[in-house]
Design a protein around this ligand. Structure first.
Ligand SMILES: *Cc1c(COP(=O)(O)O)cnc(C)c1O
Length: 383
């Protein structure tokens, strides 16, 4: 094990993936061809949403989502501080204000109680939306968030970047896959190589709402539509109805996404096997992310908590294990501090951040590698 580096996450590219990309490279379309639509359709079917819009990354997807939902300058949105910065940045792109509610200390997800408290501490109409995150792959119970959102007339964007293939079971006993749009207006996924499905860069926005779907599609391509073509026009005709962007995914990336997607179920299963092994080894000795009942974790990450986090990080590094920290709370990042979020009451998030560390978690992690990681973690905490 000595000379081998074990990272915290790693993509798995097969010959099937490579062939799919090469075939696309020699086809008539490199971008905006048939592969994008095929990927969108397959992705929507996979998670069970009506519509899917492929984008060049999840950050663009989040940006389009807040715009499609009509977020205006100065309007306020709630999210969790324990996520990647893009979950909050999208609100800032539209000139909105980000408000943070604290996490649950055991699931590390945005706490519904804290969110409710925050909403109820302000006048009616103060907030416009909530962006819960399926952190580490653990599905947020969106059914409860939906009830809260309905009561206060808020929209929900589910940041499902960590969770394709994860689900929770709702009160009616139905499996609700992350991003399926049953209890959220929009879901957003990332195809960055550290996530489940690797496209190099890439993302997907999902929804069940036709209006939102049209808006997302239009904003992805400059705000352009061909809808109003009349008899006097030829194929050249288009109208730019609003100010949009070029946030398109290419056919090359979509071809890769399609073959990667087809392997996702197996890989999420493998991630869960790895998680079970970690849990069995750490039970009663090391705290790890709690899995609520009726949930299937897609396990983008496996997070534990220790007293001496920096110590463990350095110790693992010394033994060629490259762990990672997810995440520095967003409100503690210099940009957000500058605009005034440093004194928010987010003690669970801050305590979590001082203790958290993500261990290697990816489908090709070998048994002996995982055993090595476990032995090193236990060696450190037992010292
Ligand atoms: C990775 C990630 C993003 C951003 O994804 P990109 O595709 O890199 O833009 C957003 N939110 C979360 C929770 C993420 O992990």
């Amino acid at each position: 094990m000595k000379d081998k580096i074990i990272p915290y996450g790693k993509q798995d590219i097969t010959h099937e993936d490579i062939n799919a990309v090469v075939n696309t490279l020699t086809s008539d379309f490199l971008t905006q061809g048939p592969k994008v639509k095929e990927f969108e359709d397959k992705f929507a079917t996979y998670i069970g949403s009506k519509y899917a819009v492929a984008v060049n990354n999840a950050t663009s997807g989040l940006h389009l989502s807040v715009l499609a939902l009509g977020l205006k300058e100065g309007e306020r949105v709630i999210t969790t501080p324990i996520t990647f910065a893009a979950s909050a940045n999208c609100v800032r792109f539209a000139g909105g204000e980000v408000w943070f509610a604290d996490i649950d200390p055991n699931t590390y997800l945005l706490s519904i109680e804290k969110t409710k408290e925050l909403i109820e501490s302000k006048p009616k109409g103060f907030f416009k939306g909530i962006i819960p995150v399926d952190f580490a792959g653990l599905p947020v119970n969106l059914e409860s968030f939906k009830d809260l959102a309905k009561e206060h007339n808020l929209w929900i964007i589910e940041d499902a970047c960590h969770a394709p293939g994860g689900y929770f079971i709702d009160t009616k006993g139905n499996k609700q896959f992350c991003g399926n749009g049953k209890y959220a207006d929009i879901g957003v996924f990332s195809f960055h190589p550290v996530k489940h499905i690797a496209c190099g860069e890439g993302g997907m926005v999902t929804t069940n709402n036709e209006e939102l779907y049209k808006r997302l599609s239009s904003l992805r391509t400059h705000g352009i539509t061909k809808e109003n073509m009349s008899e006097n026009h030829g194929g050249w005709f288009y109208e730019m109805q609003e100010l949009g962007f070029n946030y398109r995914l290419t056919d090359i990336q979509s071809a890769l996404g399609i073959t990667q997607l087809s392997k996702n179920d197996k890989r999420v299963e493998k991630r869960n096997e790895i998680a079970e092994k970690y849990k069995a080894a750490f039970e009663g000795r090391v705290k790890y992310q709690v899995l609520p009942n009726n949930c299937y974790n897609a396990h983008h990450l496996f997070v534990i908590e220790v007293d001496d986090r920096k110590g463990l990080y350095d110790f693992l590094l010394k033994h060629q294990i490259y762990s990672q920290i997810h995440y520095i709370p967003i409100h503690a990042l210099p940009y957000y501090k500058k605009i005034g979020y440093k004194d928010a009451n987010l003690s669970n998030s801050e305590k979590y951040y001082s203790r958290c560390i993500s261990l290697p978690m990816y489908p090709t992690l070998k048994e002996d590698e995982q055993e090595y990681v476990i032995s090193k973690v236990l060696e450190f905490v037992n010292e």
